[in-house]
Design a protein around this ligand. Structure first.
Ligand code: PFF
Ligand code: NA
Length: 447
């Protein structure tokens, strides 16, 4: 491999932690659970798991490979690799659409990160203690109705993101993520344990794992694919950017396995923690984006040690959101750093402010602009839908098709370090199964 002229992760472990930090976030707990609820449960979960295995794995590896071979921001890595392989530089569009997706996602992600910050404070103050399901629902609705509250917390969250990214990713992040992941898993297990005491655990299990295939339609499959991309941070340039800081000693396949297992386990645990509470309290599983902000405070307000557990939960959720959010800003900052003379701090502030402004449009769609619809969606839903269902799959498709069909074979073989059999499996999955999967889902989704 070429000599590396570029910043690098301090260790293999640091990279795994950063990639896992990006992957594990609001998507696993907030987004996964409300999509399962909206999409009727198990059929969605099973299609989602299939998407992760057959499409997520090859795309994750392709993105890392593009970053590590290209050694630049996503746009320039794509352009240069294409040129070196004798193909058109127009492949840079794949990097561009990824960065655009990351940028758009961060704007609404930060709004939800703000909810999480707000709920951390509420948990400390005992706001949820002894409240019934209705008053907890009212707390959530009240927050959405207040542009000032949403703006305050969205701004606080973005400030934290800018502060961390401006310093460079390695330092604060590594130690934070190392402590965070185990704590998150333990806390989720405690909540699953609580779920078992509600008497509705069996119902939750059936809801999540016993499919009613009649509920399956193109929309559900498209949502499952969108979630697979969202949760693994695929299709947004992140994994390409992170791959560009990657040393040559790191094995892509085993690293992908670690990151994906961790991400999937946390999402499934979140579902097993949340749905028993939903059923026990007669709440609506199809509640939508508010789901965890209504169900979990319900549990915390009524269980022993609920204040401490609630505080820990929302604090961890906020940390998980932060480690993902910083990864969303990284590709844009990397590009500004490499392409302009802006120092890192300025590049971070400039892109952070742009994201913050767009986030304001997203948060106003819960109140003042709730009637303002484009294609029948408010701005928040439009940002989420357009990125998860269109931009992410297209970018991911571009990345895997490029690596599987266009990148020179020798680079691919060096990167994968596979036996002959392993390589044939890779070829089938990356050349055929993953692209056909993405395209098929895409087409059915629109029909
Ligand atoms: N993968 C993160 C999650 O599941 O919360 C979210 C995320 C991070 C989405 C980075 C998009 C992204 F670019
Ligand atoms: Na995730």
């Amino acid at each position: 491999m070429a000599k590396l002229a570029h910043a690098q992760w301090s260790s293999k472990m640091a990279f795994v932690l950063a990639a896992a930090g990006s992957a594990v976030g609001l998507g696993n707990i907030w987004r996964f659970s409300y999509l399962v609820g909206e999409s009727g449960g198990a059929a969605f979960v099973l299609v989602y798991l299939a998407c992760v295995a057959l499409v997520g794995v090859p795309i994750l590896i392709s993105e890392w490979m593009i970053g590590r071979r290209g050694q630049k921001n996503p746009i320039d890595s794509m352009a240069e690799l294409a040129e070196k392989s004798g193909k058109t530089r127009a492949w840079a569009l794949v990097g561009f659409s990824g960065m655009l997706a990351g940028f758009l996602i961060l704007s609404f992600y930060s709004v939800i990160g703000g909810w999480s910050l707000n709920y951390t404070l509420s948990a400390v103050m005992g706001t949820f203690n002894g409240q019934d399901a209705d008053s907890i629902g009212a707390i959530f609705t009240g927050m959405l109705a207040s542009p000032g509250t949403l703006l305050l917390w969205h701004s606080a969250f973005m400030l934290l993101v800018i502060g961390i990214v401006a310093r460079g990713v390695t330092k604060g992040l590594e130690s934070a993520v190392r402590a965070l992941m185990p704590a998150l898993v333990v806390l989720m297990l405690i909540l699953v344990g609580y779920g078992m005491t509600t008497g509705h655990f069996g119902e939750a299990l059936a809801f999540m794992f016993s499919p009613d295939w009649g509920a399956l339609d193109g929309g559900v499959v498209l949502a499952a694919m969108g979630q697979a991309f969202f949760t693994l941070s695929l299709g947004m340039g992140i994994m390409m950017a992170y791959g560009s800081y990657l040393g040559e000693d790191v094995k892509l396949l085993s690293t992908a396995r670690t990151v994906i297992i961790l991400d999937t386990v946390i999402a499934l645990l979140a579902g097993l923690a949340i749905f028993p509470i939903v059923f026990a309290n007669g709440l609506d599983a199809g509640e939508g984006p508010g789901l965890i902000f209504i169900t979990l405070p319900n549990a915390f307000g009524n269980m022993a040690a609920g204040v401490i557990l609630g505080l820990m939960f929302f604090l961890l959720l906020t940390f998980a959101a932060l480690t993902s959010a910083i990864s969303l800003l990284e590709p844009t900052v990397e590009m500004l750093e490499e392409r302009t003379s802006l120092p890192r701090v300025t590049a971070t502030i400039v892109s952070g402010i742009a994201v913050w402004l767009l986030g304001i449009a997203a948060l106003l769609s819960f109140n003042v602009w709730s009637e303002f619809l484009i294609f029948g969606l408010n701005i928040f839903d439009l940002l989420d839908t357009f990125t998860a269902k269109i931009l992410l799959p297209l970018t991911g498709l571009g990345a895997v098709v490029f690596v599987a069909w266009r990148l020179d074979r020798k680079s691919v073989e060096t990167e994968l370090e596979l036996s002959a059999t392993g390589l044939s499996v890779w070829n089938i999955v990356a050349r055929v199964i993953a692209p056909i999967g993405v395209i098929a889902v895409f087409v059915t989704g629109f029909m």
